[in-house]
Design a protein around this ligand. Structure first.
Ligand code: ADP
Ligand code: MG
Length: 280
């Protein structure tokens, strides 16, 4: 099998006619774990949704390729079949579809035509992974994410990853809502996937997940772009000093993509302050 390579180049994308991604460049190869860190509102989730083909996000220029294939021309299910996987920051609840039916259908779409996911093998693997993730045993039989706690939803995303065995996985803030034990379990699960056939993009703004999963590359996102890349030393520095030093170094005063609305609010409440006083 060919080693997977996801290449993102000069990617620009809009949401509701607002440009959120402003030229993202990133290459993730099989065997590598990349972390994207950055404060809230800098475009991290937009990047993951855009790669996966969420209909709200419109690519205006740039390319995304998986090996030789043009990802941007694929439908969402074609992207999944090609080996891309996204664990969402806010997984949706799907009442009426059981977790195990969902998983089996998703796995089926990755099979060659005419081949079925063998039922026994599926059940064995599901049981093994549910145990590995220390999930409640009834979870596979409940409706997808319905009534799951925040932590259960996140583990369930990882369960999907373990079952689907993607070539490139994007995990968007998989650590939010997880306690210390769950973090370790999720970390171990991701580490167990590591191989030449698996590349991973971890999106997070805390360093605590990265204690469990050691990334090979660390990227910082601000204003809809990757503004800095390096190794694990970046995590330690951000943990100690936050993001201000990067903003200072790069001359960025506000790291968020959209700041106009905030400014408008300030001007509209400022009856006694002039625009100049507020330095707008
Ligand atoms: P991050 O994940 O880094 O916190 P996001 O990508 O979620 O950042 O958001 C970046 C900016 O894009 C924010 O200002 C956010 O409000 C806006 N945005 C993202 N997705 C949507 C959407 N579906 N509809 C409207 N605005 C959005
Ligand atoms: Mg986000």
């Amino acid at each position: 099998m060919q080693k997977p390579v996801l290449t993102i180049s000069e990617l620009h994308a809009n949401v509701e006619d607002k440009e959120i991604l402003k030229g993202v460049n990133l290459e993730i190869k099989g065997g590598e774990v990349h972390a994207i860190m950055g404060p809230n509102g800098t475009g991290k989730s937009t990047l993951s949704s855009t790669i996966m083909g969420h209909p709200k996000y419109h690519v205006t220029s740039g390319t995304v390729t998986l090996n030789e294939a043009n990802v941007l021309e694929m439908s969402v299910d074609e992207r999944a079949r090609a080996g891309l996987f996204l664990a969402m920051q806010y997984p949706a609840e799907v009442p009426g579809v059981t977790n195990s039916d969902f998983l089996r259908t998703a796995m089926q779409t990755r099979m060659e035509d005419g081949k079925d996911v063998p039922l026994f093998k599926f059940i064995r693997e599901l049981d093994k992974n549910v145990e590995k993730l220390e999930m409640r045993e009834d979870l596979p039989h409940r409706y997808l994410n319905e009534g799951f706690s925040g932590g259960e939803k996140k583990r369930n995303e990882i369960l999907q990853m373990l079952m689907l065995k993607p070539n490139i996985a994007i995990l968007d803030e998989i650590d939010s809502g997880l306690d210390v034990d769950a973090l370790r379990i999720v970390g171990e699960a991701v580490n167990s996937m590591r191989s030449e056939n698996f590349g991973c993009l971890l999106i997070t703004h805390y360093q605590r997940l990265l204690d469990h999963i050691k990334p090979d590359f660390v990227h910082i996102m601000m204003k809809g772009r990757i503004v800095k890349s390096g190794g694990a030393e970046l995590i330690e520095k951000i943990d100690r000093e936050g993001y201000d030093w990067i903003k200072k170094e790069l001359g960025i005063d506000d790291e968020r993509v959209i700041v106009e609305e905030q400014k408008r609010k300030v001007t509209s409440i400022g009856t006694c302050a002039t625009k100049e006083m507020l330095d707008l």
